[in-house]
Design a protein around this ligand. Sequence first.
Ligand SMILES: [Zn+2]
Length: 348
Amino acid sequence: MLRDDCSHEKIGRLPSIVRCPIANVREHREAFVLTTDPAWKAVGDIDINTQHPRYVQGNTQADMAALADACTGEVVYGIGGGLAIDTAKYVAAAKGIPLVALPTILSTDAFLTDATGVRENECVRYLLSKAPDTVIIDMEVLCNAPPAMRASGAADVLSIATALWDWQEAEKMGANPSNEQPTPQAIGIASTLLQTLLDNAREIGRGTPTGLKLLLDLLCMEVQLCYQCGHSRVEEGSEHYFVYAIENHLTPPEEGGINAEPLLHGELVGLGILLMAVLQSQPWTQYRHALECLQINYFPAVIARDAIAETLINLSDYVAQHQLPYTVATSLRITPDIAERTIQTILD
Ligand SMILES: [Zn+2]
């Protein structure tokens, strides 16, 4: 079909999205269901042919590979938030079988993407897995989810605020590889997505069908924009690197720590956005206002202030050690004093 000398760059695409009530789902194939306890309760009497669902906990490749080994079934279902669906993507790809994702909260963009984030060596690595073949959206389930959770994926659109700044700064410093240079069009499209989120944060945070449909659309457009760019610099910058770094200061679940009740990705990203926006000298209060409207708790009580300060102070070493792309975190030397003032600023 293609000549050999034709440069072959495949552009990813979004999964097929079906909007229908869960009561309309009829799955007769033998299904391997990956979910969490609250998500499984939220979908109630869904008609899936499954022995018993598996509750996901671990976020390393070994955890996911163990589930893939245990997988019997003709189809994988990922039901819940980011971790359940990311794990389902990994298992379905490993087994070469179809995948249906059923997000019960819009807590990340994971149900739209073709990669699985795994924790490795104190950082996050994205493994190519597969995008769901079908995403089922039941608006009623999403609207009825807990207010602090249902729209927390908006942080993955709000993160354009700091990631775009980082990407443009990297360009000024000549730090972008030749295939990752920003174009005015990509910047313009990303800015429009961000502005649309800021303008509609209250509606989204209220969890109305209109608001959550808009959030779904924004997540779709953000993911498609990353595919068109061939990387995620429009939405992943220093705010995400801060998240990867601070995760190492949180006690793992097997030690009965706070991750037993996992923090939402969006909460940590929200915190990262505010801190980085202050360090970037951006007009950051609009982002805090947006997080409040979205009902995203950007300062979870379980995160010690000391852990935030320590993460900030060590952030430039962390990004250097993990060879993360150039951002404000690369260039700034954050002293204990600056860290303390930055934290105090966003809390005032
Ligand atoms: Zn994210």
